[in-house]
Ligand binder design. Structure first.
Ligand SMILES: Nc1ncnc2c1ncn2[C@@H]1O[C@H](COP(=O)(O)OP(=O)(O)OP(=O)(O)O)[C@@H](O)[C@H]1O
Length: 254
């Protein structure tokens, strides 16, 4: 099957430091890939290069075969490359329903219509309802973000991303900061993502990585040092050394 995302020979340096050093990566429909690596390996920089928030020194990014290297982030979003919103970008005084509605309207190029009455509003609200339902947030639809638990706010980030109808979803530490008792809900939400979607998740929680990913990519010092199955990653000597080097003790992954 042809790739939804192709990253080709991407390079980025800050000062003299090569933070992304010739990284190539492809995602196909249905992929569930975890991007891991020691602190400072270049994971966030890589995501910023893919989304267009950072400009690479060299290399190209293709979405569904189309070269988007010269496009701004918003144009890449329109083509289905979605990065999950961060909690810090949610509006504390808005409700989950309003957030998801805003994303649906933005997707359809109808931003600014949400508080008025217009043809199609019922259809929009039905879609909003089904997304909130999928993420188990229906009961909280009308509460303000500041009134709901942190784990539920993180679920709302995923709901907002889903409303944008991604083809490729980049999830940046979806369970970070969530109490252990609530991470199961995040895992369930990840399980319910549309099968054909390609997902790249950055996370430090190896339990989550192993439950979620069918493929693991390891970055170390800006270079992909492993791209393969979760079963093989723990046994890989280069991966072990990369983590040993950064943490100074064996067995710590991400
Ligand atoms: N805008 C910038 N200017 C200069 N150096 C930067 C910039 N952004 C990142 N770096 C450096 O690039 C390296 C990689 O950072 P990056 O945040 O991409 O790593 P990471 O793998 O996401 O780390 P972590 O797991 O800690 O979030 C680090 O050494 C960082 O200090």
């Amino acid at each position: 099957m042809s790739a939804l995302l192709d990253v080709i020979h991407l390079k980025k340096s800050f000062g003299g430091l090569a933070v992304t050093n010739d990284v190539s990566l492809s995602l196909a429909p249905g992929d569930r890939v975890a991007l891991i690596g020691p602190n400072g390996a270049g994971k966030t920089t890589f995501v910023n290069l893919v989304t267009g928030n950072l400009k690479p020194d060299q290399g190209r990014v293709l979405i569904g075969g189309e070269d988007v290297s010269a496009m701004k982030p918003a144009e890449r979003v329109k083509r289905g490359l979605i990065r999950s919103f961060q909690v810090t970008r949610l509006f504390q005084d808005m409700t989950p329903e309003e957030h998801v509605a805003m994303a649906v309207l933005q997707r359809d190029g109808r931003s600014g219509r949400m508080f008025g009455h217009y043809a199609g509003k019922r259809q929009v609200m039905e879609e909003v309802g089904s997304i909130l339902d999928l993420l188990g947030l229906s009961a909280l639809a009308h509460l303000k973000v500041r009134e709901i638990a942190y784990g539920q706010q993180r679920l709302l980030e995923i709901a907002v991303a889903m409303a944008l109808r991604p083809k490729v979803l980049l999830l940046d530490e979806p369970a970070a900061g969530v109490p252990h008792s609530e991470t199961t809900r995040i895992e369930k939400a990840l399980d319910m993502l549309p099968a054909e979607l390609a997902v790249l998740m950055i996370d430090h929680d190896m339990d989550l990585v192993f439950r979620f990913a069918k493929r693991v990519v390891v970055l170390a010092a800006g270079t992909v040092i492993f791209d393969g199955s979760p079963q093989a990653v723990t046994a890989d000597q280069r991966v072990r050394e990369a983590y040993l080097g950064s943490y100074g003790h064996a067995g710590s992954a991400a």
